[in-house]
Design a binder for this molecule. Structure first.
Ligand code: UDP
Length: 237
């Protein structure tokens, strides 16, 4: 797979279907994989943070979450034409897990959020095998590692916010039987129904960021990364 690189940060050009298919094969082959969502905010942050950049580039798949990466790819003659969002990627993996019988572990968010998210997921995918879960504020990390091992989890979603969740995955993946790790940020909140996604028309035309800004103006600080990122991509020879 030829990754595209923007400001030193790799982005995987694969679609949901291509990633899911590869992951299924990698699970069969006993290979561990990690998925991280990439957006302009993370690319800008990684300019002054080598550890963050290594964390992103060291992942198996860097999915293009965010319309900014699509624009950059178009401007630079790349091939990325559609977003691969963290929450939709998670949904494809849940579907695969339900079909293939893979065991899923959920770690992160508040207790009531993660438990509600799981019960909603079980309603959508009745055959899903929930290996276990833990809220994101648990203190005893050794007990958590033991719990995940005992649960024989194949796929694990980590929702601690970024880059905390990616750091956690990197620090612990060798001690776990898990084959696929995805850092999913606020996705458990979305599954629990606590955070609403933008209505489909906004998402379709690449304006989810606008909806989120209008409903939560505090995001302006985070969203300033988008124009900054595009400017840097355009002006860089
Ligand atoms: N969170 C957690 N433990 C922590 C800090 C955060 O479980 O120590 C959870 C928090 O409850 C929320 C998620 O991590 O569910 C953070 O989501 P956010 O939208 O901030 O992440 P982003 O997608 O912006 O990285």
């Amino acid at each position: 797979m030829n990754k595209e690189t923007y400001m030193g940060v790799d982005v995987s050009p694969l679609s949901y279907e291509e990633i899911t298919k590869e992951l299924n094969q990698r699970i069969q082959d006993n290979q561990q994989s990690t998925i991280i969502a990439v957006n302009p905010e993370k690319i800008i942050a990684s300019q002054n943070d080598e550890t963050l950049r290594d964390l992103i580039n060291g992942s198996t798949y860097q999915i293009p979450d965010g319309v900014g990466v699509l624009l950059a790819s178009r401007l630079k003659g790349g091939e990325i034409r559609s977003r691969v969002t963290g929450v939709d990627m998670m949904d494809r993996l849940l579907q695969m897990a339900a079909e293939e019988g893979y065991r899923v572990f959920f770690y992160g968010a508040k207790e009531e959020v993660v438990s509600k998210a799981i019960s909603n997921i079980q309603e959508t995918y009745p055959s899903i095998q929930v290996a276990g879960y833990e809220n994101g504020y648990v203190q005893d990390q050794e007990a958590l590692i033991q719990k995940i091992n005992d649960a024989k989890a194949d796929i694990m979603f980590v929702a601690l916010g970024s880059p905390k969740q990616e750091q956690w995955i990197r620090a612990n993946k060798e001690r776990l039987p898990v084959k696929v790790f995805q850092g999913v940020g606020g996705s458990f909140d979305v599954y629990a129904g606590h955070v609403k996604r933008a209505p489909a028309p906004f998402r379709k035309v690449g304006m989810e960021w606008f909806y989120r800004l209008a409903t939560d103006p505090k995001r302006i600080k985070r969203q300033m990364a988008l124009p900054k990122f595009l400017f840097r991509v355009i002006t860089k020879k």
